[in-house]
Design a protein around this ligand. Structure first.
Ligand code: FAD
Length: 471
């Protein structure tokens, strides 16, 4: 009887899962394993909100596996030691996993593959991208740094790939290796249980991800090109955490959008726009793979000299930004949406990131770290891409002079102030015409005065760009 191990990581689903399918083809029995290696992988720790999501996602995966008579083996510790131990105790002869692309996981997986290959057969697959980063290159074999050129080539190669068939079986071996209980992983916070309110905004797991996709395609995509910029409307899919944890694959999304393009040709432009946003996610992984140093360093090396304020100068301002008390309503609404729901609208992510890096002159890494801890969709590739793009130091970045004005951005994208009123209840009674303006001295709202003067902070940012000769 051949036994195979399937190591689940960012692919917490049974459908369109190439590693699981391959195991079901070549093994009589399968041991599905999840290893929480946070403590031995200190360079790539999961944030607190992501850990809460992971708890629920693993629970859903356990349920799905149980429906096939299988059990998810949960372990904590070094991935190599754990896999070696399971191989030894079970007699497994094959190991399967789906690939990750961040520098730390890539390095770790290469090491694991080298070590385990002396004992068992090891196979890895692509489950989370339309194309792997090395498949899309310029004519001279160098990587793209501009999204439009990158995406054009991706489209030329075709994005509607066939889905992986469902696993033929997930039969467990007669004796299963030891497993921890889900609660033993301690993914949920100890008191206070802030996660309970946050998770009420979400349905987690593979089935929920498919429902969300279907709901968005039937109710939201028709006006996506316009509504995607409106935080006061439900204009986007909210699929990002599902994609991050692999409850849904980009191939499954494209499969569905292709279907809707044929049944609803009138939605084609919106569906193409939606697909290109999934393309931005791909581009983030692509850049991370080709430029692994960008997790902490600016892609544009000139920014290494950028005159950011020092931590002792900015500590108090950073705290006000994190708490959503900057005195700029759209910024504060975004930061409070993040705190309450573990998610923030993309347009508002750009506004708060521009505000932090340009108006407050706080390094993008400080914002990236806060997002990593508080977003349920925190994703190294997309987060670094978003922060470097906004700060002006990444690939295809926003030009340096693009300093979002939080007042005009609010007026344009939250015209009635409904978004601000949802998350900044202090301003509920304020006239919609002025709801985005900072509070003036003398106004009687229990809402903070602005943390900076917009014009002066904009001039300070432009002078900082001058200092590193970016014009
Ligand atoms: P939709 O508009 O419905 O888009 C569908 C999918 O496309 C998303 O689920 C996402 O996977 C992808 N996508 C959309 N926009 C982008 C984008 N600009 N960059 C990369 N992928 C995109 N996204 C994350 O998933 N994790 C992060 O940690 C993250 N951090 C960000 C930080 C900053 C400063 C900025 C400006 C953006 C960040 N984004 C991040 C990208 C984007 O804001 C979210 O992916 C999007 O808001 C998710 O909402 P949605 O699923 O409704 O998106």
């Amino acid at each position: 009887m051949s036994i195979g191990i399937v190591w689940f990581r960012a692919d917490l689903r049974l459908s369109d899962n190439p590693a699981l399918y391959a195991a079901s083809q070549s093994c009589d029995t399968i041991i599905p394993v999840f290893i929480d290696d946070t403590h031995s992988n200190t360079l790539n720790p999961l944030g607190a909100a992501s850990r809460a999501w992971l708890h629920h996602s693993l629970q859903q995966l356990q349920h799905s596996l149980a429906q096939h008579g299988s059990t998810l083996i949960l372990r904590q510790g070094s991935a190599l030691e754990t896999l070696s131990d399971i191989i030894k105790s079970s007699g497994a002869t094959q190991v399967f996993w789906n690939r990750l692309y961040d520098p730390i996981s890539t390095q770790r997986d290469t090491q694991i593959k080298q070590t385990l290959s002396t004992l068992v057969s090891v196979q890895s697959f692509n489950s989370s991208l339309l194309f792997e980063p090395w498949q899309i290159l310029k004519a001279d074999k160098s990587p793209y740094k501009v999204f439009t050129a990158y995406w054009k080539q991706v489209l030329q190669q075709g994005i509607n790939h066939p889905l992986t068939p469902n696993p033929l079986h997930i039969n467990p071996p007669p004796v299963l290796p030891h497993s921890l209980k889900l609660n033993n992983l301690q993914l949920l916070p100890s008191k206070p249980r802030w996660d309970e309110a946050m998770m009420q905004h979400w349905q987690v797991g593979e089935a929920a991800a498919h429902q969300q996709l279907e709901y968005f395609l039937t109710h939201g995509v028709a006006h996506y090109s316009i509504n995607r910029d409106r935080p006061d409307l439900i204009g986007t899919s909210k699929l990002s955490p599902h994609l991050h944890f692999g409850e849904l694959s980009p191939r499954q999304i494209i499969h569905a959008t292709t279907h809707y393009k044929s049944t609803h040709p009138e939605w084609s432009a919106d569906l193409l726009k939606f697909e290109s946003e999934v393309g931005w996610r791909e581009f983030g992984y692509y850049l991370l793979y080709h430029f692994p140093q960008t997790t902490t360093e600016p892609l544009d090396q000139r920014f290494k000299q950028f005159p950011w304020r020092s931590p002792s100068e900015y500590a108090a301002d950073l705290k006000r930004w994190q708490q959503g008390t900057t005195g700029f309503p759209i910024v504060d609404a975004g930061m409070r949406q993040l705190w309450q729901t573990g998610w923030m609208h993309n347009r508002v992510r750009m506004i708060v990131a521009s505000f932090l890096t340009k108006n407050l002159l706080i390094p993008w890494q400080a914002g990236e770290a806060w997002f990593r801890d508080t977003l349920v969709d925190a994703d190294l590739a997309s987060n670094v891409l978003g922060w470097q793009w906004t700060a002006g130091c990444g690939a295809d970045a926003a030009p340096y002079f693009r300093i979002f004005n939080p007042i005009t951005q609010g007026e344009k994208f939250d015209p009635d102030g409904a978004y601000v009123k949802t998350y900044v209840p202090e301003l509920k009674g304020r006239n919609a015409k002025v709801i985005h303006a900072p509070r003036q001295l003398g106004e009687h709202y229990a809402y903070p005065l602005p943390i900076v003067d917009l014009a002066a902070s904009r001039a300070r940012a432009l002078a900082a760009f001058d200092a590193i000769k970016i014009k």
